[in-house]
Design a protein around this ligand. Structure first.
Ligand code: XMP
Length: 322
């Protein structure tokens, strides 16, 4: 599956794709078990539906609550999939991730800590307990491109970096979406019977809110960025932007509150227009909307005294902050 060629959106016959890939999965796994991690993103959701079709009850689907997801995300996603007949189990792994992230400030080291905790600690344990031989994973072509090009190490790419998952983690990885880009995966997710809240879901990075915290990731900082994200998502829902996100900066700036100096936190808002995340332009958000966002963030998110909007394009920027 790994070396197959790109399937462009106009070439993608979803019915055929679902048929071929579920047959491949079912053949590979045989009578054994496979497991997968569902995050609710369109990639892991589409792969969950493929695996469910191929394996039924022989696929064990877990939502890993790593403590760095958005507000209420674990419960919301699990309930959508349960209503589709997919049995999702939520695994509380918050402490493991926060312990692994303690003291780390370098972006690539943060990514590595999350990757290792996910694959080596939490997942390897689930694999051992379930006796599954395979992990089904929603890696897409863009993840591989960016990792191989050395732009950003996407958390889910191994073989292309010369890492053998069997050797490193003790299980094999099946990646049925590696021929697709995001637009193809959305089409596939829709054809799999998933609701629009999933197939039109905004991209969200593997390292979750940790990708939006400059400097050390702590539960307190996650809570701040989570609140700012909830406000942003509420206000920009329906804006048509490809992706919007709130970033918590490490540097503090002088502000004032109740007539007193308040050396407070800074939130940076980014909102992107893009087709496939390879290139992106900042969204033209009205000044009134930006003011509303700023007012809500400084009043509703404790300790924030500065809100900025990033007007840089990708490249040279990237979409996430780390
Ligand atoms: P970047 O920041 O690389 O993001 O321009 C491109 C798209 O990929 C999503 N995404 C990730 N970004 N690390 C990232 O930095 C990851 O592991 C990851 N997974 C997905 C990102 O949200 C954007 O849509």
């Amino acid at each position: 599956m790994q070396e197959a060629m790109e399937i462009k959106i106009h070439e993608l016959n979803t019915e055929e794709f679902i048929k071929v890939k579920s047959e491949e999965i079912s053949k590979l796994v045989g009578q054994g078990l496979a497991i997968n991690a569902l995050s609710g993103g369109v990639d892991s959701s589409a792969v969950t539906m493929l695996g469910h079709r191929a394996l039924g009850a022989r696929l064990k689907t877990y939502f890993i609550d790593n403590g760095i997801m958005r507000k209420d995300e674990p419960q919301q996603i699990a309930s959508i999939f349960r209503s589709l007949g997919v049995n999702v189990e939520i695994v509380d792994a918050k402490d493991k991730f926060f312990n692994a992230l303690k003291g780390i400030t370098d972006p690539e080291e943060k990514r590595e800590a999350i990757t290792q905790t996910f694959y080596k600690d939490v997942f390897a344990k689930l694999v051992r307990e379930s006796k599954a031989k395979y992990l089904l994973q929603g890696t897409i072509l863009t993840d591989i491109d960016e990792t191989v090009a050395g732009i950003k190490r996407q958390h889910n790419v191994f073989e292309q970096l010369g890492i053998d998952p069997q050797e490193a983690f003790g299980y094999k990885i099946i990646e049925p979406l590696v021929q697709l880009r995001k637009d193809g995966v959305r089409k596939l997710a829709e054809a799999s019977g998933l609701p629009a809240s999933i197939f039109n879901r905004m991209p969200f990075p593997g390292p979750a809110l940790a990708a939006r915290i400059i400097g050390e990731v702590t539960p307190e900082k996650v809570e701040i960025v989570r609140s700012a994200t909830a406000i942003l998502e509420e206000e920009l829902k329906g804006s048509g932007a490809f992706q919007y996100l709130a970033i918590l900066h490490n540097d503090r700036v002088t502000g004032m509150r109740n007539g007193k100096r308040d050396f407070g936190m800074q939130i940076e808002i980014r909102s992107w227009d893009s087709v496939d995340a390879r290139k992106a332009m900042p969204t033209h958000i009205s000044f009134d909307k930006l003011s509303l966002l700023s007012n809500r963030m400084v009043t509703e998110v404790a300790g924030v005294v500065s809100v900025t909007y990033n007007i840089t394009s990708k490249p040279p920027s990237t979409m996430e902050a780390i």
